[in-house]
Design a protein around this ligand. Structure first.
Ligand code: NAD
Length: 299
């Protein structure tokens, strides 16, 4: 059985470019009022597009790594839309970083990636959880992580659901490899938030899950691979690679299906979407780092 999302209220962070706007549009198509924020000014164009789908929408230029911006965004979302039922903790940054990087460079990278990917999700979470608890009508938190928590970032032809997958019958190694130590650390840190939040908030009907997807076409991944942002400028070689990536609309649909599970659905789950198999909500994975009973006991 699935629940209707119609009439609920959601926040999507980092919704100016990339996968974020797809989450916002998919929510609006379900009748959800949506508040969006981003550091890019073009975020202010999104509310009108969402309102065209017949919902209320609110937008703000806000940096999720800054506590004052987060407070202002969450407070003004509540004023504009009346409450918050769903948080899609999406804003993220990704850059190459390596173990032997110079300290000065690496400190900037650390502030940027940990500041947005971990501190940002933490700050927005704290602000939204307080509101959800005050509302007393449950809620949904979806932290956006990465498939690096599951895999080595295996290319699509080595996907675990592929008969030729080298890890089909084994536990796979994790992480994005030696060029992404800070990004991976920031995303792995989300496990700490997810498990603790899921456990503490379960008695209040608030679920906390994480999306751990592989390569999805977005501004970020094109920037990472130095691919053009405009499809008409792609080379044939690039087009072949891009064709292996997931579409942001498909990833957004998986989030909608997750939300539609409602309060009785999976909790504290890292949801893995690997390139190479259709992006869809697969059955919940057994809990690895937290005991099932912990989700059913007292807070
Ligand atoms: N694209 C992929 O292949 C992929 C794979 C796994 C996980 N992810 C994760 O999905 C999320 C979205 O990624 P994307 O690919 O759409 O990236 P993107 O760079 O295309 O979009 C990210 C958006 O977040 C905004 N943003 C960045 N820092 C911010 C901050 N401090 N405050 C507010 N907004 C901020 C950016 O301006 C941008 O609009 C990220 O958390 C990313 O780590 C992406």
């Amino acid at each position: 059985m699935t629940v209707s999302l119609n009439g609920k209220t959601a926040i999507v962070t980092g919704a100016a470019v990339g996968i974020g706007p797809a989450y916002a549009h998919a929510l609006a198509a379900e009748g959800v009022d949506v508040a969006v924020c981003d550091i890019r000014p073009e975020i202010m164009e999104l509310p009108a597009q969402l309102e065209a789908k017949g919902v209320r929408a609110f937008g703000m230029i806000a940096d999720v790594s800054k506590p004052d911006d987060v407070r202002r965004f969450v407070d003004e979302t509540i004023s504009a839309l009346g409450g918050i039922d769903i948080l899609i903790n999406n804003a993220g940054k990704c850059k190459v970083s390596m173990a032997d990087d110079a300290l000065d460079k690496t400190l900037d990278d650390y502030e940027e990636m940990v500041g947005t990917n971990l501190k940002g999700e933490f700050l927005i979470g704290r602000a939204v959880i307080a509101q959800m608890l005050e509302q007393g009508r449950g809620g949904e938190i979806v932290n956006i992580a990465t498939d690096h928590m599951f895999t080595c970032g295996a290319p699509h032809d080595q996907c675990p659901k592929n008969p030729n997958c080298p890890w089909a019958d084994a536990r796979r190694p994790t992480s994005g490899g030696h060029m992404m130590d800070i990004y991976d650390a920031s995303k792995w840190g989300l496990n700490g938030l997810m498990f603790a939040w899921a456990q503490a908030l379960k008695p209040h009907g608030i679920r906390v899950n994480a999306m751990c997807m592989g390569a999805t076409d977005s501004w970020m991944i094109r920037d990472f691979f130095r691919f053009p942002q405009t499809p008409s400028e792609e080379t044939e070689e690039q087009q072949k690679e891009i064709a292996t990536w997931m579409a942001k609309e498909d990833v957004a649909q998986v989030v909608i299906d997750l939300l539609k599970e409602g309060p009785g659905g999976r909790n504290a789950n890292n949801i893995n979407l690997c390139v190479g198999r259709p992006p869809k909500l697969e059955p919940a994975l057994p809990l690895l780092y937290i005991q099932e009973e912990a989700l059913h006991g007292d807070a």
